[in-house]
Design a protein around this ligand. Sequence first.
Ligand code: SF4
Length: 802
Amino acid sequence: MWEPEFLYEPLPIPDDHPELGLFSQELQSISEGLSGTSIPAALNERTGRESEAAFHPRVADEPLPARMLNEYVYCPRLFYYEHVDGVFLESADTERGSAIHKKVDKGRGDLPPPKAAQRGSKESQPAAVAAVALAPDTTPGKEPQPADIADADAAQEDMAADGSPKLETIHSRSATLGSERLGVLAKMDLIEVQMVTVAQDRSSWVPVTSFKDAQREASPSVTAPMPSPPSPPDDSPPLDTQSGTMCNLTKRTSKKSRPAADQPDLFAAAITPPPAAGTAIDAPCLPAPVAPTARLLHVELKQRVVHQVTPVDYKLGAPRRGEDGNEMWEADKMQLGLQILILRDNGYTCDEGVIYYRATKQRVPLAMTDELEGWIIGKIAEARQVAASRSIPPPLMNSPKCVRCSLAPVCLPDETRLLKRVTAPLLPDSPDRSADKRLSTMPPPRRLMAPRDDERALYLNTQGARVTLRGEVVVVKEQDSVLGEFRLKDLSHVALFGNIQITTQTVQMLCEAEIPVAYFSMGGWFYGLTRGHGLKNVYTRIEQFQSAQDPHRCLALAQRFIHGKIRNHRTQLMRNHVNLPDGVSLKMKRAAGDVLAARSLGELLGMEGAAAAMYFQNFAGMIKVGADDDELPGLEPVKKADRPDFTFDFTKRARRPPTDPVNALLSLAYSLLAKDCTLAALAVGFDPYIGFFHQPRHGRPALALDLMEEFRPLIAESAVLTALNNRMINPGHFVRAGEAVNLTVHGRKAFFQAYEQRMSSLVTHPIFDYKASYRRVLELQARMLARYLTSEIPEYVPMMTR
Ligand code: SF4
């Protein structure tokens, strides 16, 4: 039998491992589901909408963080993205908020246990104080020392003027507490804790060798008044006049060796009944004789206990202007109310909480009422239902909340709402134009994101280079010289071409920062990529797998991808061809319309091939540069004699291998676009290998290839034409290797610039009517595809420029 081999000794899994029950339960149900049925069928069964909560028991049962419930009240869709999908994006607001909370969290203060838990608990011991009364000294000629009287005065200061115990406030920071009743966890910024000193209900006489001993035994701080020395009570144990100790004194172990439960219990001696006359005392119980100067002290134990707690939460903004002046926002009410309830459930007395609004420097209090508690419990139940559901809640309608929401670029609230209301096809060749009319009556979506990313792709092309890490900076070296340094926060992804080494530490850090690393051959073949865990949510992927098994859905999606591509090819020719032959535009328009009526994927493939052939027959008409225009600024001019005999003539598409410079450029451009479409698919939560038009094949990112269809002319072929026509590329940038033609290192570098320029250039979105970079639009289309697959919108509309 095959045995697994371990390169290390596997650690035993403890029986009480929290995941163990879950795994065994999941594995058992999966194996039961698989017996006698196919994997998708078992998956479908398990994902049936009636058993939604059962499908994802962890999300449904695990404690909800109070911060997530705050998000739920702000917007249920935001809660779903953050809690279920695990999506989080930084914005200026979130970064400022984190900075403030870092400040608030600085300097920790432990939260003392509640009153009920303090008696006898280990934690309560340091709070115990002793009021020590000096008994009449049995040593002849001894008087109380001045130091003893000073200690007693200090104790007197802790009383209020009317003799009642004084309240003292301490602060606890960053305390995390949970409530089993509510199933909620909360990290509290600050808790104001009012402490009060109370007398314990027992007091007695114990012998100590000095006053200081008595204090040390109890607490370093004496907070109770010093009463006048009392007489020993009548029932006090008989004094051994020889040693000055009580006869019934039980053994006194040192503080260090004593078990926690026995921690200094000064009463132990006093409450033990004295031995009957003539009873033999066990030798080990006998105390060591104390010095003759020992005195008998009356010790009254007191404790500092928690009186009342008040959670204080810090918020960056300002309170809401309400009828009664400044009011708390609903989401803040939820978060603070939860903190109050959690503190109560942990045994503290807590009647109100406070939010400190930093913008206006105001404290706004919140009192707990039955009504508020009911509202909070209702919201928790609602949030649990949403978390267990497979459907994301709809976006808010034209809400000002979206403007400040950091997840607006992921959520796309206005775009989703707009496409949701358009139930007829938006395709230009569709006979039904009602959708266009309806669209024109709707307000255009707000662009709630920056038009382009601040982050940049890092392409590394220098053979033998090494990528290392210094702090949060990626350092690229060639032998001992540094080629460049790049801050992690400035990078969108890293693309490595050929023999470039990257250290494990760098890969780990890039994965943690969710910056993918893409690997290419020197010739530009896209091998794959490494990235972090990505999205937690599997529902989009499940919908993708289910749709990929449905031939009708596959065909409907494939028609749209190819329709978009042919329309964009036509626009490209009409815009850039120097002299487009008659009839080509019309034929391409017809071809785009015909694909919408294709009856099978096979038929569609044939139509797509015919349209592509027509496009590439006319591609040469868009190249407006001759092979003589070959000088590139900044590069050594290539001598005529050394220059290979390359031209930019183009007759047909040749892929494996590319046999001329234009085909070499097109192949590299498609590789880069496949990489970007794979990244966009992964960012949305798709599996890039399961496609609809491109059928699954080993190692082929089929979905990325589907997504790139409509973008081939818009990005890849446009970048090639720009690089050629703007003379960014010249014949000196190519080398021949047998039949194949490849770009040189300088040629690749020049083309990367042309490609990235195209990705960053702004385009007006034909439906949403705002400007965004092609990189943004690519991600936007991937998100719209996810909306279509999860039935949030009725149609997938390809990106088509006018
Ligand atoms: S953008 Fe608006 S709808 Fe979307 S998650 Fe944020 S607040 Fe909710």
